[in-house]
Structure formats: structure tokens, C-alpha cells
Design a protein around this ligand. Structure first.
Ligand code: ADP
Ligand code: MG
Length: 636
């Protein structure tokens, strides 16, 4: 009997998590896709970089860097050679790999994966190469047997459907004791050659569920997943066996369903599609962030299915397909941001050199983008400088004045969400600055005190020659702190000047900002209570009378911190995983799922008050929720 053995990835230990490589492929500009003849809004810069017009300011572009950038001239063969071929020998050695085509409908995912008769894509090239490698290895190592097989399935509306057995029901996804993912009941067809593959694959492809959307007549609403399995078995004892899996995935379109006009049942499909794509991007993000954090594989069917072939010791590449026309702007922006989440984003002002036709003024361009109904869209992360530059110099966008205001609203919301970590950094920085200011203030006071003392000392010792000499040190015009650095004044006095630096023991700003915390919160955090009390004593000359529960509690809090907490809660509501949501006060499993479902269908919560729209969230519950979460986030 063949015996399964765990195969170690030569380069990385089996425990090590591989990064998902991210490639971007820009398809050629297609005139007929650009009814207004606006030209492209995105272009390549070098083999890793591209830039897209900044929707906030047409005189700037946003630049992104990826592992690989495939420009519009890149051939199918080049994409295959760079992104896929190097991983195939590993599959023949019992390792797993996955290749995804991601991006908006119409941007070239199917072209990249499947291609055409004249320009075959990754799937036919990879299968051909697998057979070629098998033949070559058979010649080299005659103690082994190889068998190649395929399964082909789609995930449609969070249901797993077997494309080789049309009419089958939603299939379950299981994990065996070796942590391999299995789909009991899924057809597995042995293949003897490439033409054998073709015979089974082509008709099965036609079984794919497709429906038209405003964006593309042949838009795919499902994720198509081709699995090529290579089993390598040793002929003689100890009959070792290695199984390598290669997943080739043509993902459903990443476009925003509010733009494609999907409603009713389609909207439901979009919600489900977005759940899988949303989870996939979180999984990729978690893998690329490394450090062994939780990878939310189980949050969607797609990621659960790919669990053993994405991350771990598997080799994965995500090819994000984008289209250059303005009508794809929002979706391109969105796709780039999603793909670049864990990449370095380069965002420099790009003065007077844009991809726009020079005849169109920035203002007009921005208007036209909005009118194009789809031009303005995804937000991306930008560097802090970039954001600041935009805020200060870009012409304000007035979403209400445009028929496509929702697109701009979405852009801004998206941007806010994606800014998450940068925003946090900014707030931390602000906190540090505030604290430094406080320290400087104290230093100044201390300095003044010392100067006063010195003056007094001066006066008292005017008659003593030696002491008068000392006093001269304080009569100089230089500010005392400078003098300390630039003179050889007596060390004892210099030390006195710098003493206030010890003020670093000053209470953290956040704790001081809570002028009066309700006593029950204080009880929970003894340590903080002590500090808070100090704070109270300082600011109020004693503790405030405990406020009546729920009455005016917000007025006791620092408004900036209050706003920050509300933002943080909103961010969790919009982008938190089930676990994140459950970590919110007063949110259990049921409510967390309700929230996830709501946002899949309706999109982001624009304000915390939107929670009221959820079933079972009464006004009273809502206010308890807000209070508990704000106080708890401040107590952290
Ligand atoms: P998607 O699968 O993302 O919806 P498609 O692969 O169907 O997009 O591509 C949309 C159209 O663009 C198709 O007509 C396709 O042939 C064409 N296309 C996409 N990428 C390229 C490319 N790199 N070169 C030439 N044509 C392309
Ligand atoms: Mg397609």
C-alpha cells in the first residue's frame, strides 16, 4: 500500500508561510470600450510600477509597485513564463500552488487564464507543461509512477458546484487529518495527455454560470476553479506517494455591484461574490503580513477550499487584471488597492505630467470622470504626504452636485477604510506631538523658574565677586537652553535646566483626555483608574459626581477622542472579520453575522447610526452599544 509522506518545501520549512506574489496585468486599450474617446487613465512605468490618475487631483497620479507589472504589450507566453512556469516542477514534487486571475469584469481575467485558440492562456500552457515535465521525470527517475487528473468546479453564490458533473448539488468542503482540503463527491477525471484534458475541459467550461451585467455581456458571476492533481508514487518499497495540487482560478469580477446595476437576485450574487473576494484579499493580506496572525480561510468557501494551496508552503501568485479605459477607473482603482494592500505604494505628486489629454483641464476632467458613471472610484492607500497634499491642494470634490455622487461617496469611504493603518499612525503621531508640546511647555516653565531663581540669586549676591561671576551666566542674551548646549557653564546648573525632560512620566494623553470616566469602567482597570483619578483631580479639582447611566456621558469625554473612537468602531463594523465584530461590546455571534450580512448587501455603514437599520437594534440597544464600545475603546 502506498504511504503518504509529508513533503518539505526545500526552500521554506513546512511551517513557514509563503508570501503571495502579486502581479498586475494591464490589458491593451480598446477603442470600442471607450465611448467617449478619453484615452487611458492608467499606464505602466517599469516592470514593477504603474500609475493611475488621481481622482482627487488630475495633475497627480498615484503610483503602485508590485512584484511584477505586465504592460499591455506583454504576451500570453511572457505572463506564463514569469508567473506560472517556475512553480510547476514543485507541483510534481508533492507541493501545492495556486494562480488567480483577479480584477473587474472586462479587464482580461479569462483572457489571462484561458485565452483563445490563437493566444492560449495560462490554463492550457500550464497543463501542457505539466505533461511535459511528467514525461521528462519519467525518463529521469524510473522508480516512480505519475498520474495526472483534473477536477473543475465553480463557486457560485457561495455554493460549490461540480462543472464536470452538471446538475450536482452544493458540495461540502472537508479537511483530513493531514490538513488536506477535500471535496467529497467532486469528480476527479484521470488524464493521459493534453488532448484528453481538452476533451473534458472545453464542454465543462460551457457549464459555467454566466449572466450579463451592464459592464460586460459575458460577465462571469462565479469563481471558476480548475484543479490539476499530480500523484507521484514509488514503485518499490517503501511505496512513498506525493500529491501536488495546482489550482488555476478565474475569479468572478471584482466590480462594485452598485455600479453594475445589479439588483434583486443579482445583488445577492454580488454580495456572495464580494464575500469570497473580500475574504480572499484579507487572506492574502494576512499571509503577506506574515508574523503568524490569524488567516481567515474559513470566512468564505473560496478561501476554505484553497486553504492548503494558499499560504503555508504553497506557492501562489495573484494576477490582477486591469483595463486602461476611464469607464473602469473606479474598478481599476479598487482592484489596485486591493492587490497593493500589502505592497509598498509609491504616491508622489506628479505635477504637469499626467496621462490625460492636455486639452482637458483638471476640473473639467474631474467632472467628466464623474459623469462617465464609473470613472471615479476605488480609493487607494496613499502615503501620508500624498494624502496631505491632496487635502490641501486638490480642488474639492462635490459629490452632491454630480449625478454619480454615490461613486464619489464610495471612493471617499473606500479611501477612509484603506487609510486605516496610516490613519492610526497619524493619530499616534499627533498624540506624540501633543505630548511633546506639553513637555516643551513644562520645560519653558521650568526654565523661567530657573531664570527667576538665577535673578534672585544674582541680586542676593551682587556684592560677592565670585558669585557675581556665576550670575553672569544667566545674564547672557542667549536662551538658556541654547546656552546649555553651547557654553561650558557649570554642569550643575545645566542639569537643572534639563530636569523637566523627566516629565516623560506625564500621563499618556489618551488617559488625561478622559476627564471623567464612569466609575464602573474605572473599576475594571485598576491601574488606569489611578491615573485617571490623578487626571480628574488635576482638571476638575476632584471627581465629578457619577453621571446617571447613559445620560450625557459623552459630554464628559474629549471630543477628538470621542470622534476617534466612533471612527474606530465604524471601521470595525465595515471591515472587521466575524471575530473582530464579536470583540465589540454587546455584539454576539448572531449580531456579528447580521452585520456581515448587512454590509454584504448594502455596503459600508456610513455612520454608526446605520446600525439602527439592523433587525433587533432598538434605540436603547444602540445607545448602550455606542456607550459600551466608546468607553471600552478609551479604556484600552
Ligand atoms: P474578464 O474575464 O476579466 O471579464 P476578458 O478576459 O473576457 O475579461 O477580456 C475582455 C476582452 O478583452 C476580451 O475580448 C478579451 O479578448 C480582451 N482582452 C483582455 N486582455 C487582453 C490582452 N492582454 N490582449 C488582448 N485582448 C485582451
Ligand atoms: Mg471572464
Amino acid at each position: 500500500m502506498a504511504q503518504r509522506v509529508a513533503v518539505n518545501d526545500g526552500a521554506s520549512g513546512s511551517k513557514r508561510t509563503s508570501r503571495v506574489r502579486v502581479a498586475v496585468r494591464l490589458r491593451p486599450y480598446m477603442d470600442k470600450q471607450d465611448e467617449k474617446g478619453e484615452g487611458p487613465c492608467v499606464r505602466g512605468l517599469d516592470p514593477q510600477k504603474l500609475e493611475i490618475i488621481n481622482w482627487r487631483n488630475a495633475t497627480e497620479t498615484l503610483q503602485y509597485q508590485f512584484d511584477v507589472f505586465h504592460g499591455e504589450q506583454t504576451t500570453q507566453q511572457e505572463v506564463f513564463l514569469t508567473s506560472v512556469k517556475p512553480t510547476l516542477p514543485l507541483v510534481l514534487n508533492g507541493q501545492n500552488a495556486s494562480v488567480f486571475a483577479y480584477g473587474p469584469t472586462g479587464a482580461g481575467k479569462t483572457h489571462t487564464m484561458l485565452g483563445s485558440q490563437e493566444q492560449p492562456g495560462i490554463i492550457p500552457r500550464a497543463v501542457k507543461e505539466v505533461f511535459k515535465l511528467v514525461e521528462a521525470q519519467k525518463k529521469e527517475q524510473d522508480g516512480w509512477e505519475y498520474s495526472v487528473g483534473m477536477s473543475y468546479l465553480e463557486i457560485y453564490n457561495e455554493k460549490v458546484l461540480d462543472l464536470l458533473s452538471p446538475g450536482s448539488q452544493d458540495l461540502p468542503i472537508r479537511e483530513d487529518k493531514d490538513r488536506n482540503i477535500l471535496i467529497p463527491g467532486l469528480t476527479h477525471t484521470p488524464l493521459s495527455s493534453f488532448s484528453d484534458f481538452d476533451t473534458h475541459f472545453v464542454p465543462a467550461s460551457l457549464n459555467r454560470t454566466t449572466a450579463s451585467t451592464k459592464l460586460n455581456q459575458r460577465s462571469s458571476r462565479s469563481h471558476a476553479i480548475l484543479l490539476i492533481k499530480v500523484v507521484k508514487s514509488q514503485r518499490g518499497p517503501p511505496h512513498r506517494q506525493q500529491t501536488g495540487k495546482l489550482y488555476l482560478v478565474d475569479l468572478a469580477g471584482s466590480e462594485d455591484n452598485r455600479r453594475t446595476g445589479n439588483q434583486g437576485i443579482r445583488l445577492k450574487e454580488s454580495g456572495a461574490i464580494n464575500l469570497s473576494l473580500f475574504t480572499l484579499s484579507k487572506v492574502v493580506d494576512a499571509l503577506n503580513a506574515g508574523a503568524g496572525g490569524r488567516v481567515p480561510y474559513r470566512d468564505s468557501k473560496l478561501t476554505r477550499l484553497l486553504q492548503d494551496s494558499l499560504g503555508g508552503s504553497a506557492h501562489s501568485v495573484m494576477i490582477t487584471n486591469i483595463a486602461p479605459e476611464y469607464r473602469y477607473y473606479f474598478d481599476t482603482f479598487s482592484a489596485l488597492n486591493s492587490a497593493a494592500k500589502s505592497k509598498q505604494i509609491v504616491n508622489r505628486p506628479f505635477v504637469r505630467e499626467t496621462v490625460l489629454a492636455p486639452t482637458i483641464a483638471p476640473g473639467k476632467r474631474a467632472r467628466e470622470e464623474r459623469e462617465a458613471g464609473g470613472s471615479g472610484e476605488p480609493q487607494n492607500k496613499r502615503s501620508k504626504e500624498g494624502k496631505r497634499a491632496e487635502q490641501s491642494s486638490s480642488p474639492p470634490v462635490h459629490p452632491q452636485s454630480s449625478p454619480d455622487s454615490s461613486v464619489l461617496d464610495r471612493l471617499m469611504a473606500l479611501e477612509k477604510m484603506m487609510m486605516g493603518s496610516a490613519e492610526r499612525e497619524r493619530l499616534n503621531l499627533l498624540k506624540t506631538v501633543a505630548q511633546s508640546r506639553k513637555e516643551i511647555q513644562m520645560l519653558k516653565e521650568k526654565q523661567k523658574e530657573l531664570e527667576d531663581k538665577a535673578n534672585m540669586f544674582n541680586k542676593q549676591n551682587e556684592t560677592t565677586e565670585k558669585e557675581a561671576k556665576d550670575a553672569l551666566l544667566f545674564k547672557t542674551d542667549l536662551p538658556p537652553l541654547h546656552r546649555k548646549q553651547s557654553t561650558a557653564a557649570k554642569p550643575r546648573k545645566q542639569q537643572a535646566v534639563v530636569t523637566p525632560l523627566q516629565v516623560s512620566q506625564v500621563l499618556p494623553l489618551q488617559q488625561c483626555a478622559v476627564v471623567c470616566k464612569p466609575s464602573q469602567i474605572l473599576d475594571k482597570k485598576k491601574k488606569k483608574r489611578v491615573q485617571t483619578e490623578v487626571c480628574e483631580g488635576k482638571e476638575n479639582g476632584g471627581a465629578d459626581p457619577p453621571s446617571a447611566d447613559g445620560v450625557n456621558w459623552e459630554s464628559h469625554l474629549d471630543s477628538a477622542l470621542l470622534e476617534q473612537s466612533r471612527k474606530k468602531i465604524l471601521q470595525t463594523l465595515n471591515s472587521g472579520s466575524l471575530k473582530d465584530l464579536k470583540s465589540l461590546q454587546l455584539i454576539g455571534d448572531k449580531k456579528a453575522k447580521l452585520i456581515m450580512g448587512w454590509r454584504e448587501i448594502h455596503g459600508d455603514f456610513t455612520q454608526l447610526e446605520d446600525l439602527r437599520k439592523l433587525e433587533g437594534i432598538t434605540a436603547k440597544r444602540f445607545s448602550s452599544f455606542i456607550k459600551a464600545n466608546i468607553l471600552s475603546s478609551m479604556g484600552k
